[in-house]
Ligand binder design. Structure first.
Ligand SMILES: [Zn+2]
Length: 378
C-alpha cells in the first residue's frame, strides 16, 4: 500500500476521539511485514499502539495519533470529509493534515529506509494514540509512558508528526510547548438591594480592580524559545437579571498559557495574592492541562536541521507557539522531543487538506531524518 493509499484508507475511517475504529489494524498490517513487534496498551477509554523494531542502540520514536476532531457540517465541505478525494492535487478529508497524512508518510519512509538500511544502528518505535484530540478523562498515553519510565526504558529521540509547518513543509518546527493552566473562580459577595450600598458587597465591582491587575501583571518575560506567559478570561457570569439587585456571586473562567519561566504553582500563588486584595471571599478550582516543556539538548535538532537542509535547502525556524501536544508526556524523562509535520493552515477546519506534493516532501524529510540518525549515532 502506498503512502497515499494508506492516508486515504485512514481518512475513510471516522475515528473521532477516543475511538480508533480500526486505524491501528490497518497500520499494524503495514508494520508487521517490516519486522515490527506490536503491543497494544489499554488506557482508560482508548488504546496506545507501540510498535518496535530492533533491540539495541538509542531509541528513536515517532509519536502520533489516529483520532480526529469531528468534521463539522458535512455539507459545508467541498468534498465529503470521509471520502478522501483528491481535488486539484490536494487530498481533502478530516485528518489529512492532523495527522493521518503524517502517519502514512512516516510508514512509507520506514519502508524505504529499511530497504536501504535493513539493520539500522538504533531502535525504531512508533507510538500512536487514539485520543490525542479528546478529553483527558478518556485516557492519554500516560499508562504506557509510566510503565516505560518504571522499566527505565527511555526514548532518546522523539519525533512528533503534528502539523508544525506554516507556509511550506518543514519551514517551522517545535522544540517545546507552552503549559496550560485553567481556573474556575467564584467570587462571593453579599446580595442585596442596590439602594442600600452599605448592606451589600458587589462581586462585580470587586472584580473590576482584580481584572485590571490581572491584565497588567507581567507574569514573566518568556525566554529565547517562548513568548511571555499570557493570561486570558474566557467567561464571566453574574447578576440576577433584575436591575435593583446586587448579586451575591460572580464566576469567572480563565486560562494561563505559560512559558517554562513560570510554574503552575507560582501562577496559582500570584493569582491568589491578587484575589486577596478584594473584600470578597473566593473559591478557585484549578485544572492543570499541561506543563510546558522544552527540549534543551540539540543532538536530534541538529540531525533534523541537517535533513531539512538537504531536502528543503534550508533549516526550519524554531517556534513553540500553538496549543499543547502529546510531546509533553515524553519530554519529562529527558527525551529530545521535536515536532515536525504538515502545514497547519487547515487543521480542525472545514476542507482540511494536504497537497500531494507536501505528502511527498514530508515523506522525503522523514526518510532523510532516519538516515541522519543512522549516520550520526553509534
Ligand atoms: Zn494532531
Amino acid at each position: 500500500m502506498s503512502a497515499l493509499e494508506l492516508a486515504q484508507s485512514l481518512i475513510k475511517i471516522k475515528s473521532v476521539s477516543p475511538n480508533d475504529e480500526g486505524c491501528f489494524d490497518l497500520i499494524e498490517a503495514q508494520l508487521i511485514p517490516l519486522g515490527f513487534a506490536i503491543e497494544r496498551v489499554p488506557e482508560l477509554n482508548c488504546e496506545t499502539l507501540l510498535a518496535k523494531f530492533g533491540d539495541s542502540g538509542k531509541v528513536f520514536c515517532f509519536l502520533g495519533h489516529t483520532d480526529i476532531v469531528p468534521s463539522g457540517p458535512e455539507e459545508e465541505w467541498t468534498s465529503p470529509p470521509f471520502e478522501a478525494n483528491i481535488i486539484d492535487g490536494e487530498l481533502i478529508g478530516r485528518g489529512a493534515a492532523d495527522m493521518k497524512g503524517s502517519v502514512a508518510v512516516f510508514i512509507e519512509s520506514l519502508k524505504k529506509f529499511l530497504k536501504e538500511y535493513p539493520k539500522p544502528n538504533f531502535q525504531i518505535w512508533i507510538m500512536l494514540t487514539s485520543n490525542e484530540e479528546g478529553e483527558p478523562e478518556d485516557g492519554k498515553i500516560d499508562t504506557l509512558i509510566n510503565s516505560l519510565t518504571a522499566q527505565k526504558n527511555f526514548i532518546d529521540y522523539c519525533l512528533v508528526g503534528e502539523a508544525s509547518s506554516s507556509q511550506s513543509v518543514g519551514d517551522v518546527l517545535r522544540v517545546g510547548r507552552r503549559g496550560s493552566l485553567s481556573g474556575n473562580l467564584k467570587l462571593i459577595g453579599k446580595q442585596g438591594h442596590v439602594a442600600y450600598p452599605q448592606k451589600v458587597l458587589s462581586p462585580i465591582l470587586e472584580a473590576g480592580p482584580i481584572i485590571n491587575e490581572l491584565k497588567n501583571t507581567v507574569w514573566d518575560k518568556g525566554n529565547k524559545f517562548f513568548d511571555p506567559t499570557s493570561f486570558q478570561i474566557s467567561n464571566i457570569e453574574s447578576g440576577t437579571g433584575a436591575t435593583n439587585v446586587v448579586p451575591g456571586n460572580l464566576t469567572m473562567l480563565f486560562n494561563f498559557r505559560f512559558s517554562p519561566e513560570s510554574t503552575a504553582e507560582s501562577l496559582q500563588e500570584r493569582f491568589v495574592n491578587i484575589l486577596k486584595k478584594s473584600k470578597c471571599e473566593f473559591e478557585i478550582d484549578w485544572t492543570l492541562s499541561a506543563n510546558p516543556y522544552l527540549t534543551k539538548k540539540t543532538d536530534f535538532l541538529s540531525m533534523i536541521q541537517t535533513a531539512l537542509k538537504k531536502i528543503n535547502g534550508e533549516e526550519a525556524e524554531v517556534n513553540n507557539g500553538g496549543g499543547t501536544s502529546d510531546g509533553r508526556w515524553v519530554s519529562p524523562s529527558g527525551s529530545e522531543v521535536i515536532e515536525l509535520g504538515p502545514i497547519n493552515k487547515t487543521i480542525h477546519q472545514i476542507d482540511e487538506r494536504i497537497s500531494l506534493e507536501d505528502l511527498e516532501k514530508l515523506q522525503e524529510i522523514y526518510q532523510q531524518i532516519l538516515i541522519e540518525i543512522n549516520n550520526l549515532i553509534h
